[in-house]
Ligand binder design. Sequence first.
Ligand SMILES: O=P(O)(O)O[C@H]1O[C@H](CO)[C@@H](O)[C@H]1O
Ligand SMILES: [Mn+2]
Ligand SMILES: [Mn+2]
Length: 397
Amino acid sequence: MARAILIVLDSFGIGHAPDAADFGDSGADTFGHIRAAALAGRADRAGLRKGPLAIPHLERLGLLAAAGLDDGPAPAGLHGAAEEISRGKDTPSGHWEIAGVPVRFDWGYFPHTVPCLPSALVAAIVREAGLPGILGDRHASGTEIIAAEGERSLRTGMPILYTSADSVLQIAAHETAFGLDRLYALCEIARRHVDALNIGRVIARPFLGETAATFRRTGNRRDYAVPPPEPTLLDRALAAGRRVTAVGKIGDIFAHRGISEVRKGNGNMALFDALLGAVDEAGDGDLVFANFVDFDSVHGHRRDVAGYAAELEAFDRRLPELAVRLRDGDLAILTADHGCDPTFPGTDHTRERVPVLGFGPGIRPRSIGTRPTFADIGESVAAHLGLPHGPHGASFL
Ligand SMILES: O=P(O)(O)O[C@H]1O[C@H](CO)[C@@H](O)[C@H]1O
Ligand SMILES: [Mn+2]
Ligand SMILES: [Mn+2]
């Protein structure tokens, strides 16, 4: 029997989706724009990286062909693209669809007003958590709102609540002054109060530092997601007696359902180490599911082209370490959950197609074209693991 390793490069889109205009994202292309910027010398940063994007292993697998950028040497991997049928371009929607469960209902969103949160919601959270009040209460980039409101938050003891184009309520507070456990408890209170508004996630955003110039977010972020609306690939694997190892924030994204074990790491390179450890220990028929969050949260949302390029290069350099750990019959798939084009206006996700790159000792290199739903990825993994097929998507194997 074989193992499956599913890896999400968070936000690594490869070009705007057919319905991108509905999201205001026509023309977005995370990979294409980073690649073009690097080629033009616009992704150089002293001490970090320079010149054209160097990602030979991803290219060898067929990334350029998947993105429609090249028809050069025949790719060495199974390669293609996938489009999303879920209605949101958020992380849970993308991951759940990859795991065979598209999100066909509408999430709740907070309006682009200031304040953006319903006053009854704020009052309920303030009362139950015993807070002196809240700060923020608007659409914002997480790092910018901590710079703008962090000092006041420290002075007043008020946490910073904000949202984005996603169905999300984020709560930033100082990790030691406000307290990490207190922040988590506050998020659990908020989670209950936003259920009625159909909000996908509440996210704890602890930070450290003393002044606007020194504030930095820590690795203790925690997501409180609603559970997926149907059994996912993870539930199906677990029910069949397989081990499901979640690397990074996969556990949080699936509301800890369908998971045998969680492995964490602070930063993509630590996550890569955690992934390798999980692969080493996975047995026949098991699933390892990893998310690499820094592409999105450290570079994509921050519109940091050079940083995103360097992160891709660092990830690419480590792919051989994964390849040598794969055994006969194993399938590894690299994909993404949405785009976050660092050259695009704003700081939100972008509606894009995602790459699907499959490899392993017995995986025949071939094109799988453009799949009509991310669910084809989960169904292919299910087929590979010998699990019964689910109600959405079709295997490309
Ligand atoms: O700007 P920050 O706080 O990184 O927020 C980003 O991260 C959130 C969750 O991934 C998204 O909703 C997006 O807005
Ligand atoms: Mn994401
Ligand atoms: Mn994001």
